[in-house]
Design a protein around this ligand. Structure first.
Ligand SMILES: [Cu+2]
Length: 453
């Protein structure tokens, strides 16, 4: 019903995808370049406030090119792109900060924090700095040093990098989140779901493995689906190195099951187990997630979807005659969990492009998508086509569903959207905060595609 519905693309859609991706990325790079100039210029005009400047560092054998090489005093975020053919990293010894080793054609972000004096970057892989991988970021009038991104890479190099990433989609990685978990049904008729929280190795994108905090070894945690009237028990075992608790977000439960330690329960200590029990009294598009050190535990991966009721049917009833589905029935129900922080970072269902999963529909077919924002930022989720019919917010069906091609999903929110395929093609589907979707090395992070046949 979820990932299992995905069909692989054929050669024709691959070619379509590539040409579309290249067109989008070229346009977006132009926009990003313009935005960068505006941001820096603005920072100069208001020297009393702390400005944040993004620097692009391109690393290769054996040099580091900074763009710009001079920035105003303030916060500095460095987007590092490895256009070499071997692994490199970017390290600032004076700040004690460095990126992980970055594979060829990979990217990473280094948050340097507040910088008010020149800093030196090196690649600290043995021998690389000595071979020339050093660069100094100066502090001063940034206006004199603004150069377009294309000065770092030739247009041909940029096109090649973008094509290589685009052609990897959908890239295979280890681990799939959101797998539906079938409940155990005991003699008492209670639907029981057993969850274990632990730290695992999680492959966010090809070759990039992080320490993910997972329920049942997957990020997001398994999708849980029950019906109105069901008695539910979620048994959570804590195998994390610290305490945890679990909140049932958007689900009507008795107060003692709300998961907010120390008010409604004691924290679940390492090695301990806690049972969350409730009766599903009303339909819901809910989430389960940590409510203990949550600003770390949730972005690191401790979150999942909990659905009460038959939302394929409810969403189509709400849509009524507004959508033109061939048989009046939704073919798919898709969980899309958004994240943007912690060890997992900017991801759709725990994966960054090109490791995100594509979705597939035939003309006249419908998918019901639930967006869940478990991150720290709002994400305007944009489907190129078809336009989405928004039918529910936070599990409450709207009196007047409305069409939107870009849907702002704020932290904690869930939006339920009906997409009925109208025109064939490969349609990009991504967060429209462009730094959540694009880099000079091609598309990345919160990007996937809907393939309509
Ligand atoms: Cu975003």
């Amino acid at each position: 019903m979820y990932m299992s519905d995905i069909t692989s693309r054929n050669d024709k859609t691959g070619t379509l995808l590539l040409s579309m991706m290249l067109a989008i990325t070229a346009a977006v790079v132009l926009v990003l370049g313009a935005l960068g100039v505006v941001a820096v210029a603005k920072g100069d005009a208001t020297s009393s406030s702390v400005v944040t400047t993004t620097v692009h560092a391109t690393v290769s054998e054996f040099k580091i090119v900074l763009d710009p090489a001079t920035v105003p005093a303030g916060n500095v975020v460095v987007e590092v792109h490895n256009i070499g053919s071997v692994e490199h990293n970017l390290s600032v010894k004076s700040l004690g900060k460095k990126t992980p080793n970055i594979l060829s054609m990979g990217s990473a972000t280094l948050n340097a924090g507040k910088v008010d004096a020149a800093i030196e970057f090196i690649c600290d892989i043995a021998g690389h700095a000595e071979s020339g991988m050093k660069a100094t970021l100066s502090i001063g009038d940034a206006n004199t040093s603004i150069t377009p991104t294309t000065a770092v890479m030739t247009p041909a190099q940029m096109d090649k990098a973008m094509e290589e990433v685009a052609m990897k989609f959908p890239a295979k990685t280890k681990g799939v989140g959101n797998q539906e978990l079938a409940p155990k049904v005991g003699a008492d008729g209670v639907k029981e779901f057993d969850l274990t929280a632990s730290i695992i190795d999680w492959e966010v994108e090809p070759g990039v493995v992080v320490k993910g905090w997972a329920y049942n070894g997957q990020i997001p945690g398994p999708a849980l689906h029950v019906n109105v009237g069901d008695k539910v028990r979620i048994v959570l075992k804590n195998e994390l190195p610290e305490s945890t608790s679990m909140h049932l977000h958007g689900i009507r439960v008795p107060n003692a099951m709300d998961g907010v330690d120390p008010y409604t329960q004691k924290p679940i200590l390492t090695g301990e187990t806690f049972s969350y029990e409730f009766t599903a009294t009303e339909p819901a598009v809910g989430m389960y997630h940590s409510h203990h050190n949550a600003q770390v535990q949730v972005p690191n991966g401790l979150a999942g979807a909990l659905i009460i009721g038959d939302w394929k049917t409810m969403a189509m009833q709400a849509a009524g005659t507004k959508v033109n589905d061939a048989d009046g029935k939704a073919e798919q129900e898709v969980m899309m969990v958004l994240n943007d922080a912690g060890t997992i970072g900017l991801t759709l269902n725990g994966k960054s492009f090109p490791a995100t999963s594509p979705y597939s529909l035939k003309v006249g077919e419908t998918m019901v998508v639930h967006y869940f924002n478990e991150g720290l930022m709002t994400h305007p989720m944009h489907m190129h086509q078809p336009s989405g019919l928004v039918v529910a917010r936070d599990g409450a069906v709207l009196d007047s569903p409305y069409f939107a091609d870009t849907i702002n999903v704020a932290p904690g929110e869930r939006w339920t959207v009906v997409y009925t395929a109208q025109d064939p093609g490969v349609w990009a589907w991504h967060c429209h905060i462009l730094t959540h979707a694009e880099t000079p090395m091609g598309m990345k992070y919160m990007v996937t595609a809907l393939i309509v046949k």
